[in-house]
Design a protein around this ligand. Sequence first.
Ligand SMILES: [Zn+2]
Length: 251
Amino acid sequence: MGFFRDWRRRRVLKGGRIDDALWSKVASSLSFLRGLSAEDTKRLRNLVLLFLSEKEMHGARGLVLADEVRLSIAVQACLPILNLGLGVYDGWVGVVVYPGEFRVRKEEIDENGVVHAVDEGLAGEAWPGGPVILSWEDVGLAERGYNVVIHEFAHKIHMDGGGDADYPAARSGMDPVKWRETLEASYERFCAEVDSGRPTFIDPYAAEHPAEFFAVMSEAFFTESAVLARDWPGLYAQLALFYRQDPAERS
Ligand SMILES: [Zn+2]
């Protein structure tokens, strides 16, 4: 970390503060924060303060972002990097928040090589080196196991520091072969469950692509951790090493 940034961050932490009442209001709306220790909560608050000072958050389509909205998004973005540090989110600055689903026009090439223009409504999107885009309506739909903020920021975490289009690289101290094999085997198992037509506890969208599987499982890891630890113990253990957290322990 550069000297200037180090100095700037110390100033932000010394001079800035988050209103206690606002913090309590936002934290009480996010049930998965409940088991955090006082020490972890303090570190999360500091991380959120730095996140809010270093990232730019803009409302789109006339949406005015209330402090509560900014804080809620920042808290959910920072929980996954609580033990990884803000450096994971280096290289981009913007978070754009739409009032509801936003439409994206894309071109997709089918198996016959034909290019189709696709117009789809999205709840969130994360661009490599670019912004995170969120629909506030969908952020508000967060429930256990479903969290669009954690989903999009998990894509950002994936894009940081190595890995390929399918999965992020293992962190130092992890067994990279075990990490990769666990992800691949879990993805296969999940796709087979979806194909069998039985209802799955995890959002079937995770079967779309390995990268989506990682993002959706990250949502479950933080917001429905005990169930994930029970049903997918091997994957849970690897995600705990990757995120350097054990949320099931505190839930
Ligand atoms: Zn995704």
